[in-house]
Design a protein around this ligand. Structure first.
Ligand SMILES: [Zn+2]
Length: 256
């Protein structure tokens, strides 16, 4: 079979966010590349993969969401807590959260173990995409994004819905004592070696609940990228040549 034959690929969706017809959300997985593509369905340009293949996959992935590559705002993610407001497509430097009120402008977060968090304020034409690895989570980036958007747009935290996507889960995410010390005991399972298993999904869900989101408006997907090898890329598992997945959220049309 020629390696240009497209293969169907799955998208990770949010049960909560799928209720809202005004937005579109999807996250890519490792599956969907043609035979012979060593990185699988990789959407990262800096992992050693053929850029032409990455571009082709990006087009296919975005097409499934009704978007095009020139309608996407990307982040130059730095594991920090800076939030940028996106008004147009392109690459936003040194930030780990993007928000927009612009229809048909997709916000992309690039992940391979770090947890993608997306926000939507129904009726407010406002979406956000957040990159929450352990550093961003320790810096409370999801809660800070909610707080900043509330201040900027005059909203309440209870106006928001959140989806916390697949990432390194508590089953596989061992951290040392120095990192564990940055998190509350409720999201850690201590180990005999002084380290702990860290639950990034629970940590982000707690932060969003503490920020004021209603529990029923937080959809936390505990799927683990590390041990679900057939489905997900994982930096922890595969190292520097691990592929990358994208989670993208966009407003499809303005709420009436
Ligand atoms: Zn796992």
């Amino acid at each position: 079979m020629p390696d240009t034959v497209p293969v169907a690929f799955p998208l990770v969706r949010s049960r909560l966010l799928s209720q809202f017809p005004h937005i579109v959300f999807g996250m890519s997985t490792r599956q969907g590349a043609a035979n012979g593509e060593p990185y699988g369905f990789n959407l990262g340009f800096h992992v050693g993969d053929d850029p032409a293949r990455v571009e082709e996959r990006l087009r296919r992935f975005l097409d499934a969401l009704g978007l095009a590559p020139d309608e996407i705002a990307f982040m130059d993610q730095v594991h920090g807590d800076r939030i940028a407001i996106a008004e147009e497509p392109g690459e936003y430097p040194a930030c780990d959260a993007l928000a927009t009120r612009v229809p048909h402008l997709g916000l992309a977060v690039r992940v391979a173990d770090c947890v993608p968090v997306v926000l939507y304020a129904p009726g407010e034409n406002l979406v956000a995409a957040i990159h929450a690895g352990w550093r961003g989570t320790a810096a409370h980036i999801a809660a800070k994004t909610v707080a900043q958007l509330c201040e900027t747009y005059g909203l309440q935290a209870s106006d928001f819905c959140a989806y916390i996507g697949p990432g390194a889960a508590a089953c596989c995410y061992e951290v040392g004592a120095d990192i564990a010390a940055l998190f509350p005991a409720a999201v850690l399972r201590p180990l005999d070696n002084g380290g702990a298993m860290l639950d990034l999904h629970a940590a982000n869900a707690r932060q969003l609940a503490d920020a004021g989101l209603h529990a029923e408006n937080i959809d936390a997907d505990p799927l683990c990228t590390v041990h679900n090898e057939a489905l997900f890329h994982s930096h922890r598992r595969d190292g520097e040549t691990a592929g990358r997945m994208l989670a993208v959220i966009a407003i499809q049309e303005e709420t009436e």
